[in-house]
Design a protein around this ligand. Structure first.
Ligand SMILES: Nc1ncnc2c1ncn2[C@@H]1O[C@H](COP(=O)(O)OP(=O)(O)OP(=O)(O)O)[C@@H](O)[C@H]1O
Ligand SMILES: [Mg+2]
Length: 261
């Protein structure tokens, strides 16, 4: 465990279904191979998919943490965490989506601070809705991966979001262009995209990472980057993802946190 506390990495986008959850899981797999202790926090509170994708017990969730904290029953975060393997733990989204609305963003700091010295990396999955919860997660992150796709509405909204980041001096984010999901979508060139969003593309997940039978891995509760077959046939893509994972751990390259709210 890192004595300075875990790196907090969030994955965010302006549009749903762009590959956030898949990326969180793939990064967790890579860190696990690096023998890093990882906590995935599923902050897609209404429709989180981490626990189901990993087949872990989600009886205790973020809702129970917050409920117990607010009633002075909270003891240790370990009581709410499910294990996937020896390196990957999960703090699940509420089982009952109605409980999502009962979670106050003021608890995000507390949740993170109770876990920060137990892990090397805390990976936070989010939703594209810029709720107070998501804003708080962005504020608490050491780094944010901001995922975009080759989609006109997504890119227009991404431009607005980047303008908000500029306004609020949030600098600790990287733009990730995900081409692996909608391989048929190539309306805009990389140059067009950079012009639209007025920002560089820091990383690209190549279309070669498209996995036709991806649902099979979800059904089998497998993380793609931990699967030997995927690591073999998608070697270049996994190597590129590993580079992103390593860069996110690099203290020198990451800027300080800033308030987005
Ligand atoms: N590399 C890939 N190859 C094929 N399909 C993919 C790939 N990455 C993601 N997908 C599929 O795209 C869909 C959306 O991905 P994912 O759930 O990761 O996105 P998301 O941004 O988390 O979505 P949401 O906003 O709904 O939470 C899923 O069905 C997923 O299986
Ligand atoms: Mg998701």
């Amino acid at each position: 465990m890192d004595k300075h506390g875990a790196k907090i990495v969030s994955v965010f986008s302006c549009k749903g279904g762009v590959g956030k959850t898949t990326t969180v899981l793939n990064l967790a797999g890579i860190y696990s191979l690096m023998e890093k202790k990882v906590l995935i926090i599923d902050m897609d509170l209404n429709s989180g998919g981490i626990a189901v994708s990993l087949g872990v017990d989600a009886t205790k969730s973020i809702f129970n943490v917050v409920d117990d904290m607010s009633n002075n029953r909270f003891n240790t975060i370990s009581n709410y965490i499910a294990n996937y393997n020896e390196n990957i733990d999960v703090l699940a989204a509420p089982k009952d989506p109605r409980d999502a609305f009962k979670i106050d963003s003021k608890y995000i700091d507390l949740i993170i601070s109770t876990a920060i010295y137990k892990y090397d990396v805390i990976l936070i999955d989010t939703t594209h809705i810029l709720s107070p919860i998501t804003l708080k997660v962005l504020d608490k992150s050491d780094s944010t991966l901001f995922m975009i796709t080759n989609d006109p509405v997504d890119l227009k909204n991404a431009r607005s979001m980047i303008a908000i980041f500029e306004d609020t001096e949030k600098k600790n984010y990287k733009v990730v262009f995900n081409q692996s999901k909608d391989t048929g979508k190539d309306y805009f060139t990389l140059f067009d995209i950079k012009t639209i969003i007025k920002h560089n593309i820091d990383y690209t997940i190549d279309r070669s990472f498209y996995i036709k039978d991806i649902d099979k891995y979800v059904i089998d509760k497998e993380i793609l980057t931990l699967n030997k077959h995927i690591r073999l046939i998608k070697k270049g893509d996994v190597t590129r993802l590993t580079k992103i994972a390593i860069a996110l751990l690099d203290k020198k390259k990451n800027n300080t946190r800033s308030e987005v709210a």
